[in-house]
Write a protein that binds this ligand. Structure first.
Ligand SMILES: [Zn+2]
Length: 122
């Protein structure tokens, strides 16, 4: 991705270079990212240590401005609710899924949904 490298003047070699973002591992666990100079290979342990990019990052994409995804139930999803599934078992205390042997809510939806075929009224 083009956005993964930052054009900057490297403070280690003084070259106008690209800083590449590379994953940083502690053993097998990814603990973060570091920036690596494409010219000399110098690694900057933290983004704050790296030289300032030549161009400031655009700030118009501030996360707080991002529109929040609005979850809308479409017809298909509505039709897959556990309450309409043949595996849905209601007893006085819990509502269970007979297929997954677990407690479910009537409003849950399920990828293994099978429409009730017993002609149960909705
Ligand atoms: Zn460098």
């Amino acid at each position: 991705m083009a956005g993964d490298s930052v054009k900057a003047i490297c403070s280690a070699c003084g070259e106008k270079s690209f800083l590449k973002r590379v994953p940083k591992y502690d053993g097998f666990k990814k603990v973060g990212e570091l920036l690596k100079c494409a010219a000399c290979g110098h690694e900057f342990a933290a983004e704050s240590e790296a030289p300032a990019p030549l161009k400031p990052r655009p700030s118009i994409f501030d996360e707080s401005d991002a529109p929040r995804a609005i979850r809308v139930f479409d017809e298909d999803e509505k039709g897959r609710l556990c309450r309409y599934c043949r595996h849905f078992i209601v007893n006085p205390f819990t509502q269970r899924c007979g297929r997954h042997q677990k407690v479910v809510e009537a409003t849950d939806s399920c990828s293994d949904f099978e429409a009730s075929s017993s002609g149960m009224e909705r």
